[in-house]
Design a protein around this ligand. Structure first.
Ligand SMILES: [Zn+2]
Ligand SMILES: [Zn+2]
Length: 346
């Protein structure tokens, strides 16, 4: 066992505090990663505050991890000491179910093993990336292209793949019109990736505060959803709407913006059920869908795509002692666009 520095939530209601945790011995198929940067995802906050269900404390979160391989197990073939690597939202899956065999371990029918707050194979609870080191099975470790620095790689491992996967699945590209709802950590990546895929991108957010950024990231236009005229102006317009907002939205209004065979896909995760009127789906044969991160192969594809197209998240680097303040700023949407923790400060 390796004792390493980390930042953990002691309970659902207290601030995160510095601590130490144990990492398991490096098994035959494991790699030990010295973490350099870890992104802060809204899911981290939902999780430590128990908003997605009860968890065990203390809990270390963080599933946007960039670092260097410092030790490998005897059977490891995919990675070597010194490699630049990343870890995203999952660290294992059953590998036997229909979805795992199809290379879609993010949809493992037995539930993939989350990078944090999940029951690991040895029965312990997984602890995430706000830490100096992590031990991960080699099959769930991504290669970072040289063109992507560690701090930029971290947010790609959740925000990047969560938006890339639905954009790729629903064929965003030349000739398609894509709307991105909400321009936070996920939304700003969705805009950059969809634009790089060749789609015509429109940002829909409450106000026009981020309009300049949206256009700089590749959006063709930006509309305020606080303005009722927006929903008339954009009716029947989009092939794909990627909803990154984690709060409830009036779904029927957004679905009415889809053209024939259009799809609205949710990647934001509001905890409460959302009502939808089926008649809105009848019109234009619309679909309402969900999408959950991406497979390991697709995550590698996303990293290579971002390297090739020079895409990186907008980040604000913080020291570990700034994590609690950063949480408050994420909750008030006061970050452009992703906090990344320098783990040497842990
Ligand atoms: Zn995340
Ligand atoms: Zn499975």
């Amino acid at each position: 066992m390796l004792t390493v520095n980390a930042y953990a939530a002691p309970s659902a209601t207290e601030p995160l505090v510095p601590t130490t945790i144990e990492r398991r011995d490096v098994g035959p198929s494991d790699v030990l990663i010295a973490i350099r940067y870890a992104g802060i995802c809204h899911s981290d906050i939902h999780t430590v505050r128990g908003e997605w269900g009860p968890i065990q404390y203390p809990q270390v979160v963080g599933h946007e991890i960039g670092g260097e391989v410092v030790e490998i197990g005897s059977a490891v073939t995919r990675h070597a000491v010194g490699d630049r690597v990343g870890v995203g939202c999952m660290v294992n899956s059953c590998r036997e179910c229909e979805n795992c065999r199809a290379g879609m371990e993010n949809y493992c029918l037995k539930g993939n093993t989350g990078t944090y707050a999940s029951v690991d194979r040895d029965g312990t609870i997984t602890q995430g990336g706000y830490s100096t080191h992590v031990v991960v099975d080699e099959d769930f470790v991504l290669r970072l292209p040289e063109a992507i620095p560690y701090e930029a790689a971290a947010p790609l491992l959740c925000a990047g793949i969560t938006t890339y996967s639905p954009l790729a699945h629903w064929n965003a590209g030349p000739g398609t019109r894509v709307a991105v709802v909400g321009m936070g950590g996920l939304g700003h990546m969705a805009v950059k990736i969809a634009a790089a895929m060749g789609a015509e991108v429109t940002v829909l957010s409450r106000t026009l505060d981020k309009r300049e950024d949206a256009l700089a990231f590749g959006a063709a236009d930006h509309f305020a959803t606080s303005d009722d005229a927006t929903f008339d102006a954009l009716a029947n317009r989009f092939d794909l709407i990627v909803n990154t907002v984690s709060a409830p939205l009036p779904l029927d209004r957004y679905l009415s913006l889809l053209r024939l065979d259009g799809t609205m896909v949710n990647v934001g995760a509001p905890p409460e059920p959302l009502p939808v009127t089926v008649f809105t789906l009848f019109g234009n044969r619309r679909s309402f869908a969900g999408s959950s991160i991406g497979s390991i192969a697709e995550t590698q594809e996303m990293l290579d795509f971002c390297a090739e197209h020079g895409i990186a998240p907008e980040t604000e680097l913080i020291a570990a002692e700034g994590i609690n303040e950063a949480y408050e700023r994420v909750l008030s949407s006061d970050v452009r666009y992703r906090f990344v923790i320098d783990t040497t400060t842990l």
